[in-house]
Design a protein around this ligand. Structure first.
Ligand code: PLP
Length: 416
């Protein structure tokens, strides 16, 4: 398998089963899962309502039909998403990954505006194909920087309205933004940041593309992450947790933009009946169990626990994020420089303590927490205690020392 797809942990982990917020590895060890398959296991594992809907679909014997045929679950899902999206006169197009949904949004916006000039934000992550990568501002993921789009990146200090005005708004195809920058380590956009661009976008008819791939479906404590801001998307991109683990993504955008494509466009697997069935069941549970409220409530609790437990740790810079999309960033004590080694060490220690967490941050110095939205306060308490112990264990090992120093000091580091 390609080396560019790295595995977590010194000794890679195989997850073989799970239930709720717990997973079991190949050696029979159970972990509390605070990463949720990168924010995909929205409801948790082995959820009867979703499993039964999938099993019922399996019994029809037909797993795939393509978008050339009607699929009831697909239409039902499109209606549900369109209704909730906040997009005026919406049209939906289903795809198979977040990246592909971003590509579809960029395609629609560039066709609509007849321009390939796009404004994106510094430190953003929008996916891994040619177009999606070109609007990705996080340098660690950019690669060669060769790009099919003419992209201007606004850094966090820039006023977005002034930035759009200076970029030649007549020829700007879109502004694309994540409400909370997930891969960057769960960094929320500053209040008022998107709003500052709204007048400039509106007066030139520039579509606002909101990437809700990580922030959608209640994760931030509101149904969509953009709802923390006073803006409405013209195009919204979704993926990740919508089918609680089955493959499904898509775009919901203003019909006039979506229908500006001069050609037919086909995604063979897009919105396939099995995934669409799982998504209808997942979104039903999300509403019935009031999980957006739970994400806000338990997220606040988890955040407060972490703030309190980590306040005195000299290697912790800050805890940030919204709802159940949280990040912890680490620095080298004394210097304040980002410290990816500590983040990795704490991740290993968490595993030892029975907790799975992810990594991220533009310097690789963040832990990322994206548990299922069904997380309980008790589990938040349990997980935060493991993180506290893990940070102290990492502090004892001082992972920021140069490797030669660490090897020379040997067991002293373990002890001290
Ligand atoms: C905000 C955002 N956009 C796009 C993507 C790409 O999605 P995928 O990995 O499903 O292609 C991701 C993936 O993490 C993401 O977090």
């Amino acid at each position: 398998m390609a080396r560019w797809a790295p595995l977590y942990y010194e000794k890679p982990l195989e997850i073989v089963s799970g239930r709720g917020r717990r997973v079991v590895d190949g050696e029979g060890r159970t972990y509390l899962d605070f990463y949720g398959g990168v924010a995909v296991n929205l409801l948790g594992h082995d959820v009867p309502e979703v499993c039964e809907a999938i099993e019922e679909r399996l019994r029809t014997g037909v797993l795939h039909t393509s978008t050339f045929y009607l699929a009831r679950a697909q239409v039902e899902l499109a209606e549900r998403i369109a209704e909730r999206s906040g997009v005026g006169d919406p049209a939906v197009y289903f795809t198979c990954s977040g990246t592909e949904a971003v590509e579809a949004a960029l395609l629609a916006a560039t066709e609509y505006r007849r321009s390939n000039r796009v404004i994106a934000l510094d430190r953003s992550y929008h996916g891994r194909t040619f177009g999606a990568l070109s609007v990705t501002g996080d340098r660690r993921w950019q690669g060669s920087g060769l790009t099919p789009l003419d992209v201007a990146f606004a850094d966090e200090k820039e006023d977005l309205g002034a930035f759009v005005a200076a970029a030649g708004p007549e020829s700007v195809a879109a502004l694309i933004a994540e409400p909370v920058q997930g891969v960057a380590g769960a960094v929320p956009l500053a209040p008022g940041r998107l709003e500052s661009a709204r007048d400039e976008l509106d007066s030139h008819g520039i579509p606002l593309i909101i990437d809700e791939i990580q922030t959608g479906w209640g994760r931030t404590g509101r149904y969509w992450g953009y709802q923390w801001h006073d803006v409405h998307p013209d195009i919204l991109v979704f993926a990740k947790g919508v089918a609680n683990g089955l493959v499904l993504s898509g775009v919901v955008g203003r019909r006039d933009i979506m229908e500006s494509l001069p050609m037919a466009s086909l995604s063979t697997f897009g919105g396939n009946p099995l995934s669409a069935t799982a998504a209808v069941a997942t979104l039903g549970c999300l509403d019935a169990w009031r999980l957006t409220d739970n994400a806000r409530r338990v997220g606040r609790h988890l955040r407060a626990q972490l703030d309190r437990r980590l306040a005195s740790a000299p290697c912790v810079e800050s805890v940030h994020g919204r709802g159940l999309l949280l990040g912890i960033s680490f620095i080298r004590p004394g210097t304040g420089e980002p410290c990816p080694e500590t983040a990795r060490q704490v991740q290993e220690e968490c595993r030892r303590g029975g907790l799975l967490v992810g990594l991220g941050g533009t310097h690789g110095n963040c832990l990322r927490l994206m548990p299922a939205l069904t997380l309980t306060a008790l589990e938040a308490h349990e997980g935060s205690a493991v993180i506290e112990e893990s940070v102290h264990a990492a502090l004892r090992k001082r992972p920021w020392r140069p490797p030669e120093r660490a090897a020379r000091d040997g067991s002293a580091a373990e002890a001290g």
